[in-house]
Design a binder for this molecule. Sequence first.
Ligand code: NAD
Length: 321
Amino acid sequence: MKVGVIGSGYVGLTSAACLAHMGHDVVAADLDPDRVARLNKGDVPILEEGLPRLVAEGLASRRLRFVVGAPNAARDAELVLICVATPQGDDGSADMSFVAAAAREIAPVLRPGTVVINKSTMPVGSTRFVHRVLHEAAGGQLDRVTVASNPEFLREGQAVRDFLNPDRIVVGCDDPEGAVKVSDLYRSMRAPVIVTDPASAEMIKYASNAFLATKISFINAIANLCEAVDADVREVALGMGYDPRIGFQFLHPGPGYGGSCFPKDTAALLHTAQRHGYDFALLEGVIAVNERQYDLTVDKLRSAVGGEFAGAVVGAWGLTF
Ligand SMILES: NC(=O)c1ccc[n+]([C@@H]2O[C@H](COP(=O)([O-])OP(=O)(O)OC[C@H]3O[C@@H](n4cnc5c(N)ncnc54)[C@H](O)[C@@H]3O)[C@@H](O)[C@H]2O)c1
């Protein structure tokens, strides 16, 4: 299939390289001409196992190209993946300005029948939002263009492995033909495909990240309590994890979650709840525990260096997040 990818950052670059590896013809766009020039030489700006090899393979087979400007990737595509950033806005909501700008840029060049795929993490209502922006930007001339939600679940550090071996593929689309086209993109993968309505697909991504954040805050809260009662949280997590309903993953106490997704996605979900009048006290607690954990970590460090940071040499381990 002919695929256009808008945004060649973490998700866009990984998606583009992996889709080309799977046999699709992929044109990936970015705003940054230096990044595009580097990528066309096979120079991969992020550290991800296997990614340089897939990019080199894609460039050599001509199934992968990088271009400046979203329209140049969208013009001939049957499927266009929007992979631009959706950072946290001032009020906690997801900032959709990059998405809107990308949609406005591609609207005039989309072929009839194209499916635009929201791959970035976008709040409930975003497929309708993107369709509206496309429609307006095309001056009402949008011909049979469908918008679908297809959230990405890859983890930084394991991006290629996660993209090529997904636990599940989620497709949210009101149009059955559009849903089939998006599913076909992943036909060679052995993974369950959940085809659902757009709102549910969008919620699946936020609910998944919020649930993982909840596990982290829960074990951090238990760790703090363990310290107070002289119990060992590692033993507690081990004893909990053997229960298959609980599992071992995300039961590692630490300095709190960070990174490019959990903080902004939990804030955005909370914002959605507030906007719809739902008091999501549980999620508020998860976020509050996490923020307190940062302070607790600093307190622990301070006491470890004798009460005063000035002049101390501090090693940081695990810089990914
Ligand atoms: N990073 C992750 O681990 C991860 C995992 C799952 C989902 N996501 C979601 O995927 C989305 C993208 O995240 P990311 O980490 O890849 O972001 P990123 O900042 O690494 O990449 C975004 C890229 O889009 C480019 N861009 C912005 N506007 C553009 C336009 N109009 N035309 C062309 N290019 C444009 C930027 O120059 C940048 O290179 C976010 O919504 C994020 O929440 C990220």
